[in-house]
Write a new protein. Structure first.
Length: 532
């Protein structure tokens, strides 16, 4: 197999995603546009989405990295709206969009229309996370969208299997469909529950960060494959395992956490970039196979399905938001909401690569040997729905958020909470240090003991300093100035080490040891800004 096209795809998509960081356009949209253009450039090879590659090889790591960074406690606190969207809405959208497509497209069988409905029903996990990070949505809205996108693929894939079985003539009844759904959902959760504890035990008992992170890279594939082997939902298995491991990540040693964060950040960047570019690259395939449908007809149907997808989401979101609040118990447990939050949730239903991958997995023929009815049109409508939601909703979502003037995160309140937590932790550490130094076995020279107290005091004061008055000349807080000066000092040390290596007064192995020590000190002094 020629690896050059794959390398070219990764390199080009990473370059476009990097360039997008310097523009106001979200990276997913720029990548899709680049894919659309590249699809017709001479010399660009064919990149066909294969469900047998996307679902087991691309979806698990993308779900894992999204879930492990999510808050289990926040998701649990918002379980009701998340369940209504990830299960209720997906099933509703499958039936509603499928029914509307059946009425809109002449000679489209109802079973094929329901297949289309299941394919375009789930908003995409990758898209939701990427757009939410960029536009700065309120914390609860972000949690609900992330929670929905983590679970809804499992619902959609199961609904697709049921609709597909009916379309190809497998004779699946409604009762069979309900059993299939329960087996997939309950089975996926059970597989995740079975795997999460032994996997966490392995993570905490492997003594080398390299081995622990190798295991980390394998975990999503192991969970997905194990669940699929027993005909359960691999999506749910991955999400359950990732939420558990993320919730208990504090039990893993610091070296593993530092390395794991860097590794998964890189993996997510590469996969997300390639996935969005792949969406745009599918245009030639969906246009070639329209067959008896003209482009004008297909575009008319595409507009109708796109509008149906957008409207159906609002038809579900507003009642699902306000009807449960008729219960006093729900009103007591959940914060008050305005019409603005459901509007954002409704408009943030961008579709993505999972819908396309599922659509490409539709077989060419039915069980009796006939061609699958309107397969190519279903692929085209899926593609246009994905592109339409990404472009129309993705581009307008930041404008809508700004126009509604939704309150973002309370940065000052977050900093105050962080400072109070650090103060309590520093007090506990100071008391523990006093206990240790009182033991003769832990005797230290006064300068070293003072150094421990200085480091502790520095951590205690650092967060409070961010709340202080900035420097009137530079606009920096005292903490920002401290970090900048610290980095300048470290850079001066680093230059000396490199000069000594070049003069052959130390060797490269010693240089790497010294530089790593400086890197760790710089990492401790540097706090990544909230905007990055």
């Amino acid at each position: 197999m020629d690896a050059l096209p794959l390398v070219a795809l990764v390199a080009a998509s990473a370059a476009v995603a990097g360039a997008a960081r310097r523009t106001p356009v979200p990276a997913p949209l720029l990548l899709v546009a680049a894919g659309l253009i590249a699809a017709y450039l001479p010399g660009v090879p064919d990149y066909t989405l294969d469900a047998h590659i996307v679902l087991p090889l691309l979806l698990p790591p993308l779900l894992y990295t999204a879930a492990i960074d999510s808050s289990y406690l926040d998701l649990r606190a918002n379980a009701r709206p998340i369940a209504l969207l990830s299960v209720g809405y997906v099933l509703f959208a499958t039936l509603a969009v499928g029914g509307l497509a059946y009425l809109l497209v002449p000679d489209l069988p109802l079973t094929a229309a329901l297949v289309l409905g299941a394919v375009v029903a789930p908003p995409d996990a990758v898209t939701a996370a990427a757009i939410a990070r960029r536009v700065g949505l309120p914390a609860r809205v972000t949690t609900i969208l992330q929670g929905e996108s983590l679970v809804n693929d499992a619902t959609a894939i199961t609904a697709f299997k049921v609709a597909l079985a009916a379309a190809v003539g497998a004779g699946m009844s409604w009762g069979d469909g309900v059993r299939e759904f329960l087996l997939a959902s309950v089975g996926g959760v059970l597989v995740g529950l079975v795997l999460m504890v032994p996997l966490h035990w392995l993570r905490t008992h492997l003594k080398e960060a390299l081995l622990q992170n190798t295991l980390s890279l394998l975990i999503p594939f192991v969970a997905y494959a194990a669940a699929e082997r027993v005909h359960a939902s691999g999506v749910l298995a991955v999400v359950v395992v990732a939420l558990y491991l993320g919730h208990r990540s504090w039990q893993v040693d610091f070296a593993t956490r530092l390395q794991e964060a860097a590794v998964w950040k890189m993996v997510a960047f590469v996969l997300e970039s390639a996935v969005f570019a792949l969406i745009g690259l599918q245009l030639p395939f969906v246009l070639r196979g329209l067959g008896t449908f003209s482009v004008a007809e297909a575009l008319m149907y595409a507009v109708g399905v796109f509008v149906a997808v957008v409207v159906v989401r609002f038809v579900w979101v507003y009642p699902a938001t306000y009807l449960p609040r008729l219960s006093a118990r729900v009103r007591e447990r959940e914060p008050e909401t305005t019409w603005k939050s459901p509007l954002i949730v409704g408009w943030a239903g961008m579709r993505g690569v999972v819908s396309l991958a599922i659509a490409f997995s539709i077989p060419l023929t039915t069980d009796d040997g006939d061609g699958f009815p309107a397969r190519n049109l279903v692929l085209f409508l899926t593609f246009t729905t994905v592109i339409g939601t990404l472009v129309v909703q993705g581009l307008s979502l930041p404008l809508l958020v700004r126009a509604l003037k939704l309150p973002g995160r309370d940065r000052r309140g977050d900093t105050l909470a962080e400072a109070q937590a650090q103060s309590q932790a520093s007090t506990a550490a100071e008391n523990r240090l006093d206990e240790l130094l009182a033991d003769e076995d832990n005797a230290l020279p006064p300068p070293l003991a003072d150094r421990l107290r200085t480091v502790l005091e520095r951590r205690r004061n650092a967060v409070w300093e961010r709340l202080g008055t900035p420097n009137p000349v530079t606009g920096e807080s005292a903490d920002d100035t401290y970090r900048r000066l610290s980095r300048e000092m470290i850079e001066a040390e680093r230059a000396v080490f490199v000069r000594l290596r070049d003069e052959r007064r130390i060797d490269d192995e010693m240089l790497r040891t010294l530089l790593r020590r400086l890197d760790l000190e710089e990492a401790a002094a540097y706090r990544e800004s909230d905007a990055s």
